[in-house]
Design a binder for this molecule. Structure first.
Ligand SMILES: [Zn+2]
Length: 85
C-alpha cells in the first residue's frame, strides 16, 4: 500500500471525496504497531488519530500523529452536511 505524507494525504482525500468516494485514513499505531483504520469516513484529525480497536477485538486507545498515512478508498456517498465555508 502506498504511504502518503500529511500534505499528500490531504490532497488525495480532497480529490477522492470530490469525486464521490469515501475514504478512511490508515496508519500504523505506535503502541502496538498494528495497522489502524480510522472509524470515521472522510475524517482527518489534526490532533492525532486514536487506534480504538485492535484486530483481535481488544482496545488499544493509543493516540498518535502518524508521519505516514495510508488510505482506504470505498465507493459510496456519505450523507450529512459538511461545512465548506
Ligand atoms: Zn494500537
Amino acid at each position: 500500500m502506498r504511504e502518503y505524507s500529511e500534505k499528500e494525504l490531504l490532497k488525495s482525500m480532497e480529490d477522492l471525496i470530490s469525486k464521490g468516494f469515501v475514504v478512511f485514513v490508515k496508519w500504523t499505531c505506535e503502541k502496538c504497531l498494528e495497522r489502524a483504520t480510522c472509524d470515521t469516513p472522510n475524517a482527518f484529525y489534526t490532533q492525532g488519530f486514536t487506534h480504538t480497536k485492535k484486530s483481535d477485538g481488544s482496545i488499544c486507545g493509543h493516540t498518535s500523529f502518524p508521519k505516514k498515512f495510508g488510505i482506504v478508498i470505498m465507493k459510496g456517498i456519505v450523507t450529512g452536511s459538511k461545512n465548506d465555508n
